[in-house]
Design a protein around this ligand. Structure first.
Ligand SMILES: NC(=O)c1ccc[n+]([C@@H]2O[C@H](COP(=O)([O-])OP(=O)(O)OC[C@H]3O[C@@H](n4cnc5c(N)ncnc54)[C@H](O)[C@@H]3O)[C@@H](O)[C@H]2O)c1
Length: 368
């Protein structure tokens, strides 16, 4: 391998249309001296021709297993379950460092093949913050789903299937149309508003026409007084975007909702944080994650009360595959430019150290 090379593999996870490298970031890598090889992929939101046009070399779908073993493979989501050894270097989300189901068998594949895993979730800057994450578009799409659910509720209907949008404009125009042309007059409260997801939720509400004073933005300072909060009942849509790291008093409870009776404006709760099964879930009014095909779950309330529904989809960025990929990939780019120096570049040496630690745990667990 003469030039630094990255091989963008196809995604095999159902409905996954996002990509770790976009035509934009591929072009920047090529300009910096990289060879970028891209597997043809019908599922990806970007057309193969968009990669070809910026100078990527196109190869067959799912052909990475026969790539030279010194070519690093980059993808987004988990590889399909298999026991095949993995001899390559892979950059991806592998979801196997927190002892998720099947974690040791995934790492066992790397052990047997002699490959290396750089998990995208654990690439961190010098301050320990993730270099790239999908939060912004999760909040943006979550707020859109909430506004669509509100529009349905106003018509006495239940929100139906949500499908990925070709771009942000299409999503905004769909939401505005559902709300009768604009979101003006709707009131929303975003908690965790200073974070990635929270900023995305606020941005969507602005773009669909809510007045600035109708977008209430709360973060640590405002919740310090401790919930439950009456303010949540006084808006149409509440979006929870906090990063839950310890036990906190609930933001909203069944009891509080029932007590408010008909004096409640709140129609939709969007739990972007989705700490659904966490014992400290600050919104203990629902217990399942919802899906694109059934985006809302009703809160169990006495029949005389107006309905209240919850959106708790845990893969929201998939609704905006193009913009979510562009943002993630451009945040990742500075680290990728350092990848040829991965033996010394801190972001990569730290990631490899973590991989070696997890690998040793898996080797022990699997008895390899
Ligand atoms: N549903 C999805 O598809 C999806 C996608 C991406 C991320 N997430 C989840 O969304 C959550 C937020 O992610 P992020 O990247 O935006 O995190 P982040 O760290 O960028 O932001 C979290 C924000 O929450 C605030 N916060 C924490 N505790 C709070 C409290 N008690 N009261 C008020 N504010 C509080 C923080 O100050 C921060 O501003 C995470 O749990 C993440 O796993 C969900």
């Amino acid at each position: 391998m003469s030039k630094p090379t990255l091989w963008l593999r196809c995604e095999k996870k159902e409905f996954e249309r996002r990509a770790a490298l976009t035509p934009t970031t591929s072009k920047k890598l090529i300009d910096a001296g990289f060879d970028i090889i891209v597997e043809r992929d019908e599922q990806r939101i970007f057309d193969d021709s968009e990669y070809e046009a910026v100078g990527c070399k196109l190869v067959d779908n799912n052909s990475w297993p026969s790539a030279p073993t010194d070519v690093p493979i980059i993808g987004l989501k988990e590889l399909p379950v298999s026991t095949d050894p993995l001899p390559h270097t892979h950059i991806q989300f592998a979801h196997c460092y927190k002892k998720q189901a099947g974690w040791s068998s995934v790492l066992g594949r790397f052990h047997r093949g002699g490959g290396t895993l750089y998990d995208l979730e654990f690439l961190e800057d010098a301050k320990g913050r993730r270099v790239a994450a999908f939060g912004f578009h999760a909040g943006f799409a979550g707020a859109a789903a909430g506004a669509l659910a509100l529009a349905s509720e106003r018509k006495g209907e239940k929100l139906g299937l949500l499908q990925p949008y070709v771009n942000e404009e299409a999503m905004i125009s769909d939401v505005k149309k559902a709300l009768g042309g604009s979101g003006k007059g709707t009131k929303a409260l975003v908690i965790g508003a200073l974070g990635r997801c929270g900023r995305g939720a606020v941005d969507l509400f602005r773009k669909i026409g809510l007045d600035e004073e109708d977008i209430i933005k709360w973060d640590m300072d405002e919740t310090a007084k401790g919930g439950p909060f009456q303010e949540i009942l006084d808006v149409d849509i509440f979006v929870n975007c906090i990063y839950l790291s310890s036990q906190i008093p609930p933001f909203l409870t069944h009891e509080q909702i029932i007590k408010a009776g008909k004096n409640r404006r709140l129609s939709v709760v969007v739990d972007v944080s989705c700490d659904t099964t966490n014992p400290f879930n600050p919104i203990p009014i629902y217990s399942i994650n919802t899906t694109f095909s059934a985006p809302t779950v009703p809160v169990d309330l006495p029949s005389e009360l107006t309905p209240l529904s919850v959106v708790s989809i845990d893969h929201l960025p998939t609704l905006l595959p193009r913009e979510a990929s562009e943002q993630f990939s451009s945040d990742l780019l500075p680290s990728l430019l350092e990848f040829p120096n991965r033996q010394t570049a801190r972001v990569w040496t730290d990631a490899e150290k973590l991989y070696r630690k997890k690998l040793a745990e898996a080797v022990e667990a699997e008895g390899l």
